[in-house]
Design a protein around this ligand. Structure first.
Ligand code: IPT
Length: 974
């Protein structure tokens, strides 16, 4: 073959060709002892794969995508639509192709050894040459490709390795995931050496009863298997027994008289420490291949866990327990590299998830870096491992297309071959959004035969009928199916298999409404077992505003707390000049682009609370252990009593000794003071010692119970003080720069926009209704203002009764919404304060942001947050920073001047540096200019957030109904 023979074969246009010259996938980890090839490589970007390689080289960092490294080929964001019009299996003529070159210095001591190149991942087609000679081809952008370089590179004398990466190919059509399109080498490249006779694969089965079976496959690069070689195994230092039965069977086989290249070790571990996500016990397994003289030719190390997964009826069981799946979908993403994630990044992702109560990950939508599974084993996560198949735009054409059959089976089987020994992997997923066809059944058949120890799932297979039998999904794993449909199915008597959403609660912008309602139903409905929130990350790429370029690897420190440094922003679809793009739909995670948790994370932590207050009875507080496997021994706790009058009392708490599922009553830790008003008791639960994912003292949850109801606040009117209003009936007050008026509008959230609500609100003109004063009536100490807010949808009558009361002004309001306004964002008051009020203190739910349908578990108490920090910097500016259940609040300047507002009942309050109009007038956070004043909203009613950007809207109970709304509040100067 000539040096451009691989190019001449045009493998990027041949879906049947999944690889050429590539070694079989296996589960033997070769990372330690390998020669890393990461770093700066010589690089040039060609316009097409067959363009001649020129003499001008620049450099590119490996692993990394060139789309983030200064080339003119920039990231492009598209969800479903392909970035080019060609039908599968075709790709466009203009096809950026990266040529990476570097010297290979193979150590002299590797002479006589088998030398293997491993390319961690390249998208989308990889062509390998050494010294101009073709070595191999690989597809599948999210799994490693290995090539045997023995004989092609001479230990001790340098050679040239060229990796050519073609961006668009037949494979792009099955890698049409909802994420940025890039090109390049995204995972580490390395070189390793083995004995020619080596451990080719190791398959571990370790049950929760302690039974261990280790199957080893030995291969000789030369084909011959010499006599006397054998395999040994050690588990945590103890020698494992050979499986005599297996040996005898092989030896009696008349085809071979001695070592067949297969060996089985089998043993039973007494008193085994089982693996589960709560207590991820791991054992060190070492497998050695010995020469006839006993010396070691090869070693494979695994950290294994003893656990079982099975489906029993409609329950997915781990070690016999019906575990709840508190999952999230995780893409490989980083704001500086685009796609490449370091070990530290992966660890930080998982630690964040662990701290916020997640126990499961779906590797949406492709196999992750091997290190992620090591971390999941170690930190404790259940993993749904997903194959790199999504043909979204051409789903129907491809699912049954025999030209893609190889690719489907190849991608699924290679994932299974690589990841089969990880206890964390509990389910294999055949991919995402690719319709359902024979290619899926072929892949499912392969998995079921090869690994009968784990279920298989594929959303598309179970989509049309969750109860259908005999398809490629052992689990009904819908995406965004409405809760009521799922509950109905579970109660119907028709359910045949577990129901676990593969995607639900779309986290785009200010979202995840009704998450707690979902969990209330999941925990109380047999047959529902949880799901995976869509998704972990907001994929905002750090971009310089002046030249529109991605910042790239050097950008660490250019962001803080979810906000990009001045002159930078988080780019979403369209920001790199893409003509076809899907906008901010890429910003739909529970963490901001720098991994700052969005408020929903705190809510999730409470939803997942391992310890709960079940109820408050006269004999005390009933606590429950909601874990599946552990006691409460690794947790510490403290009681906190929060009284409306401002007092907070604390006392250490003794957690009872409870097994999973048990409850016990503990005495009330405080004598409830006679006075003090509303009273809430919180159990602040923290880690008792250092955990791999959290230092000692990290908050785990803070369940709460109300011990005493509020005493209604009755302001006392004073007649000798007047209330001043202007000619329009607007309150004149020294602390306010804008008088309280009626607000029916919020800066639309992504859910409001994509769910179509915002369009209706705009059509109705709710963003700018015309206020007309109908009538002003003044009596001593009181002014009553009747106004009409006129919009396309009719007239909203608004009455404001302003009364002078002790220390301030009492504002009693009502608004009457016509029937047509059957779904508005809010009904409430809006006003603005003087400048300089920087601190908000309140008694109510907090401290994190909350909304009516995302207010679970934010404890009622006394909270204080600087006004600037109330706001969540959602990528596309929108309604943000609200607090639910506020009873009273204060806005103050450092010199203690300011105002306080006491509400008639717990209400939604929003305090922000931005007016709703400020938020709607820009597209990115960096364009916002904070005002010196505070824009304050007090809502009689505020619409829930829902998840309508992709999935169900909020429930009817969280909508703002037409008719009369009444609310009142008292404003006082400090
Ligand atoms: C679903 C996709 O699987 C996921 O990749 C992402 O696009 C998500 O939606 C929305 O952000 S598919 C959708 C058509 C339900």
């Amino acid at each position: 073959m000539t040096d451009d023979a691989l190019i001449a074969l045009r493998p990027w246009e041949a879906p049947e060709v999944t690889s050429w010259g590539r070694l079989p996938m296996n589960a033997v980890d070769r990372r330690s002892g390998a020669l890393p090839l990461d770093g700066d490589w010589c690089f040039q970007l060609l316009p097409t794969p067959d363009a001649p390689v020129g003499g001008a080289w620049s450099s590119a960092y490996v692993p990394g995508v060139w789309t983030m490294q200064g080339t003119d080929d920039l990231p492009q964001y598209l969800n479903v639509r392909m970035p080019f019009p060609e039908f599968p299996p075709h790709s466009p003529a203009a096809n950026p192709t990266g040529v990476y070159e570097r010297e290979l210095d193979v150590p002299a001591e590797w002479a006589g050894r088998r030398i293997v190149l491993q390319v961690g991942a390249a998208e989308s087609v990889l062509l390998v040459h050494v010294d101009g000679r073709p070595v191999g081809v690989s597809k599948d952008s999210h799994l490693a490709a290995e090539f045997d370089l023995t004989g092609l590179v001479a230990p001790g004398s340098p050679g040239t390795l060229r990796l050519t990466v073609v961006k668009w190919s037949d494979a792009s059509h099955i890698e049409d995931q909802d994420q940025w399109w890039h090109g390049g080498i995204t995972r580490s490249v390395l070189l390793y050496a083995t004995d020619p006779l080596h451990l080719a694969d190791v398959t571990v089965r370790a049950s929760h009863a302690g039974e261990l079976q280790v199957d080893c496959r030995v291969r000789d690069a030369g084909g011959a298997l010499p006599e006397g070689w054998y395999v040994s195994g050690e588990l945590d230092g103890l020698l494992l027994a050979q499986d005599a039965e297996f040996d005898r069977f092989n030896r009696e086989d008349d085809r071979v008289s001695d070592f067949l290249g297969e060996a089985r070790l089998a043993d039973t571990v007494p008193d085994v420490r089982t693996w589960n996500a709560e207590q991820p016990e791991l054992y060190d397994l070492t497998v050695r291949l010995h020469r006839a003289d006993g010396t070691v030719a090869d070693t494979a190390r695994h950290r294994i866990g003893f656990r079982d997964v099975e489906i029993a009826g409609r329950d997915l069981l781990v070690n016999g327990e019906r575990v709840f799946i508190r999952g999230v979908n995780r893409h490989d993403f980083h704001p500086l590299t685009g796609r490449t994630v370091s070990y530290d990044d992966m660890r930080a992702d998982l630690i964040t998830l662990k701290r916020f109560g997640f126990n499961a990950i779906r590797t949406s939508h492709y196999p992750n870096d091997p290190a992620l599974y090591d971390l999941a084993d170690e930190l404790g996560f259940y993993v749904v491992d997903e194959a790199d198949i999504e043909s979204h735009d051409h789903a129907h054409e491809i699912a049954d297309d025999p030209r893609y059959l190889n690719a489907f089976v190849d991608r699924v089987s290679r994932m299974v071959l690589r990841d089969k020994n990880h206890p964390s992997v509990i389910v294999w997923s055949l991919g995402n959004e690719s319709d359902y066809g024979a290619n899926h059944d072929a892949a499912a058949g392969w998995v079921r035969r090869h690994d009968p120890t784990r279920p298989v799932q594929y959303e598309g297979a179970a989509k049309l009928d969750w109860a259908a039998a005999d398809d490629a999904s052992d689990i009904a794993c819908p995406m965004y199916a409405p809760l009521e449909e799922c509950v109905e199915h579970a109660l119907s008597g028709r359910q045949t298999r577990p129901l676990i959403w593969c995607e639900y609660s779309h986290a785009m912008g200010n979202s995840n409404g009704t998450l707690a309602d979902h969990w209330a139903a999941i925990e109380s409905t047999p047959g529902l077992q949880g799901g995976f929130i869509w998704e972990l990350w907001d994929h905002g790429i750090l971009q310089r505003v002046n030249d529109g370029r991605p910042v790239g690897r050097g950008g660490a420190g250019l962001y803080d707390n979810g906000v990009a440094a001045p002159g930078h922003r988080w780019a979403y679809g369209g920001d790199f000049g893409e003509v076809r793009h899907d906008g901010a739909f890429i910003a739909d995670g529970v963490v901001l682009p720098d991994r700052t948790p969005k408020p929903v994370m705190y809510e999730h932590r409470e939803i997942a609370a391992p310890v709960r207050i079940e109820c408050f009875r006269h004999e005390g507080i009933v606590l429950g252990n909601h874990q599946h496997f552990r006691g409460l021994d690794r947790l510490a706790a403290e009681w906190e009593l929060s009284l409306a009058d401002g007092r907070t009392l604390t006392s250490p708490a003794e957690l009872p000794d409870l097994r999973p599922g048990e409850t016990a009553a503990v005495p009330l830790p405080f004598e409830l003071p006679e006075d003090g008003g509303e009273a809430w008791l919180t159990l602040r639960v923290t880690t008792a010692g250092d955990e791999p994912w959290a230092p000692r003292g990290t908050v785990v949850c803070a369940p709460q119970v109300r011990l005493r109801e509020a005493v209604p606040h009755v302001p006392v009117a004073v007649r000798n003080r007047s209330v001043e209003v202007d000619d329009d009936g607007l309150l004149v007050h020294p602390l306010l720069t804008r008088a309280p008026t009626l607000s029916l509008w919020r800066a639309p959230t992504d859910n409001d926009e994509l769910g179509g609500m915002a369009a209706r609100w705009r059509d109705w003109g709710l963003d700018a209704p015309v206020r007309k004063v109908a009538h002003i009536r003044q009596t001593p100490g009181q002014v009553t203002v009747h106004a009409e807010y006129v919009s396309e949808a009719g007239v909203v009558r608004h009455v404001q009764v302003l009364t002078a009361v002790e220390g301030g002004i009492h504002v009693a309001e009502s608004a009457e919404l016509p029937e047509r306004l059957d779904d508005v964002a809010r009904v409430g008051s809006v006003f603005e304060t003087i400048a300089g009020l920087d601190l908000m203190e309140w008694y109510g739910q907090g401290p994190w942001e909350s909304y009516p349908d995302r207010a679970f578990g934010a404890p009622v108490g006394h909270h204080a947050v600087p006004v600037d920090e109330l706001f969540t910097p959602y990528l596309r500016p929108q309604e943000s920073g609200g607090r639910h259940g506020v009873r009273h609040f204060t806005l103050s300047a450092p010199d203690a001047t300011g105002l306080t507002v006491v509400l008639d009942e717990p209400r939604q309050v929003g305090v922000s540096r931005y007016r709703a109009a400020d938020l709607t007038s820009v597209t990115h956070h960096d364009e916002l200019v904070p005002r010196a004043s505070c824009a304050v909203h007090i809502d009689a009613a505020h619409r829930g957030l829902g998840t309508a950007s992709c999935g169900p809207d909020t429930f009817a109970s969280y909508l703002v109904a037409p008719g009369v709304h009444r609310w009142s509040w008292t404003l006082r100067a400090l």
